[in-house]
Design a protein around this ligand. Structure first.
Ligand SMILES: O=C(CO)[C@@H](O)[C@H](O)COP(=O)(O)O
Ligand SMILES: [Co+2]
Length: 231
């Protein structure tokens, strides 16, 4: 596993600031200080039909956040842009396989630049090529919604991909984080954990209901009593 991930606990909650109050970002970041990382959704209006934020804002978030940044790039031409997101405070950069000409070469570039290299796959994307070369990545993000928007419904039909990846990692003898993103809540997190996920992004389940801290704890509480890591 990449050294930047060593100090984290075995189950990880990453609130997505996509559902935060963008007019009060610094306050919203401090409100999730009990999380393991903040998930930062970068959307370009091309790869997905939504536009969020880019390099200067991610750079500033990295300067003020009390927790590490888990950057999720939903942008075209990942090969060109992803390395530029290796910024202070950023511990992992996730790019979409569908937006890269060579995901394995890009992962190498990110590792060499000092961050955990992570590839994301949309619900319709075949997991096999990434399971076959699982050692190339420090994290794989299995999207549990179509990327682009927060607040969508969880897609349980993608969960078998997690088992495929978990078995591939065991066979290869490597440690890889398996992240799920989209529709994660107290109602769905246990199912994702049982399927093999260990890193959980939650946007609308954490933000927008008053204090986020009890929302983070509620997700942890469900995991504490759930089957995890595909067991
Ligand atoms: O990447 C994305 C959406 O494309 C996510 O990170 C969302 O921000 C998750 O939001 P919820 O589904 O948890 O509300
Ligand atoms: Co995301």
């Amino acid at each position: 596993m990449h050294p930047s991930l060593d100090s984290l606990e075995s189950v990880r909650i990453h609130p997505s600031i996509l559902s935060a109050d963008f007019a009060n970002l610094e306050r919203e970041l401090h409100a999730i200080a009990t999380a393991d990382a903040v998930h930062v959704d970068v959307m370009d209006g091309h790869f997905v039909p939504n536009l969020t934020l880019g390099l200067p804002i991610v750079e500033r978030i990295g300067q003020v956040s009390p927790v590490p940044l888990d950057v999720h790039l939903m942008i075209d031409d990942a090969d060109r842009w992803a390395p530029q997101y290796v910024l202070p405070g950023v511990t992992s950069v996730t790019f979409h396989a569908e937006a890269s000409r060579d995901p394995f070469a890009l992962a190498r570039t990110l590792r060499d630049a000092g961050v955990a290299a992570s590839v994301a796959i949309k619900p319709g994307t075949d997991v096999a090529p990434f399971a076959d070369r699982i050692d190339a990545f420090d994290m794989v993000l299995v999207m549990t919604v179509e990327p682009g928007f927060g607040g969508q419904s969880f897609m349980p039909e993608v969960l078998p991909k997690l088992g495929t990846l978990r078995r591939a990692a065991a066979d290869a003898g490597v440690e890889v984080l398996l992240q799920v993103d989209g529709g994660i809540s107290t109602a769905t997190i246990a199912e994702a954990a049982a399927a093999g996920a260990d890193t959980f992004v939650a946007g609308s389940a954490v933000y927008g209901h008053g204090d986020p801290a009890p929302r983070i704890q509620a997700l942890r509480d469900v995991l504490a009593t759930a089957d995890t890591l595909g067991s």
